[in-house]
Design a protein around this ligand. Sequence first.
Ligand SMILES: Cc1cc2nc3c(=O)[nH]c(=O)nc-3n(C[C@H](O)[C@H](O)[C@H](O)COP(=O)(O)OP(=O)(O)OC[C@H]3O[C@@H](n4cnc5c(N)ncnc54)[C@H](O)[C@@H]3O)c2cc1C
Length: 407
Amino acid sequence: MQNVDITVVGAGSAGLTLALLLAPLGLSIVVLEHGNAPHSDNINHQRVSALNPASMRLLSHTGAWPAIAATAQSYSRMQVWDADSFANIEFDAANERLEQLGWICDNEQIRVALYRQLQQHKNVRLEFNCSINSLVQSERDVLININQQQLLLSRLLVGADGVNSLVRSSMQLPLTHWDYEQQAIVATITTQLPHNKTARQVFLPTGPLALLPLPDSQQCSIVWSCNPERAAELLAMPAEQFNQALTAASNSVLGVLQLHTQPKAFGLKMRYASSWLRGRVVLVADAAHSIHPLAGQGMNLGLMDVAALAELITQAVEDGNDFSETRLLRRYERWRKAEAQTLIVAMEAFKRGFSNKQPMFKLVRAVGMSSINQAPWFKSKIIAAALGNSGDLPKLAQPETKVTRRG
Ligand SMILES: Cc1cc2nc3c(=O)[nH]c(=O)nc-3n(C[C@H](O)[C@H](O)[C@H](O)COP(=O)(O)OP(=O)(O)OC[C@H]3O[C@@H](n4cnc5c(N)ncnc54)[C@H](O)[C@@H]3O)c2cc1C
């Protein structure tokens, strides 16, 4: 049997970032992952995430950002329009006195960069291809049975094991969920016209289509959300026909679009654990909540969770207090639940607002969007949220790190 301070289950962006933020404390940390170690060959941008400046600041603090940025594409403009009306809205980094609004990052390269940084810390051990057989909690520890042979006794266990979290189900943490009744088709495409570092999203009656700029000026990653019937139809099409449908759906904004990689579909569900902790076990990121990708905020939200948890644990260790006590974990839960709930409600409003086909509603939507586009104050509020600069940000993600302590 081995004793450790902190066990993190899941080596996705959230689990690896958390381990890296906690590593300097000198605690013994184990990261358990049932998949393979991240690998850097073949950067095909099959799965990407739009990261905002708040996430960039956090990842810069971990030392992983330069390697992530090296394979990412920054974007300085965002264009959003409604396919069904005259409504459109544009955001420009220059108006915010910024160089960029965000970065389109390859998910696997984020993991690779974090993993490389973690390998420099001797107090962090990463175990890949391992399966957790059981989790048993006592008053002081959590007992983890790995691969039917290894026992680990941990003071704190963090579930960063994604949407189908085993930690969440083992601890019987209740989950609220609903189906968005949409699938997201993702693929890399080539574009006839250069993307000009602009992220684009069109709201179609069947769901949003995003064109996210990649490092090649004539390549984008698409996230095309539509109902399951339409998704099945699109996936069954020969490439030529898919390309025509995609070009038409994009209003030919980048000319003729062509598939570069095989499209893949992901079912979209809202998930929200109504309790994020039990004793010394706590959930972060997608294990605690998952939202519609239409605003590109899921990973950003998860990274802020781990920044918040790391901040509270760091403060407790520095003060000589118990970093795994329920009071601390409850503070984390209260802090981050508020942010997650705000985004869940916002995504639902967006999705419902743009799928309503009634003529009157469409008119109100079009007038509303166009009015926002003409209202700098309101636009600034929206952009602050998209940049990750609104809400109660963890210290390491704040624009200028303030030396404040959470009471
Ligand atoms: C189509 C789509 C587009 C998206 N676009 C964006 C975007 O533009 N911007 C954005 O911010 N977010 C986006 N997201 C959301 C983002 O991808 C997720 O929020 C983020 O990847 C979640 O990270 P995570 O570390 O919590 O979970 P994951 O990345 O799922 O990592 C969980 C890890 O845990 C491991 N694991 C699972 N079970 C076990 C187990 N029992 N034992 C050990 N290990 C286990 C898994 O193998 C995995 O490595 C998008 C999501 C989708 C579906």
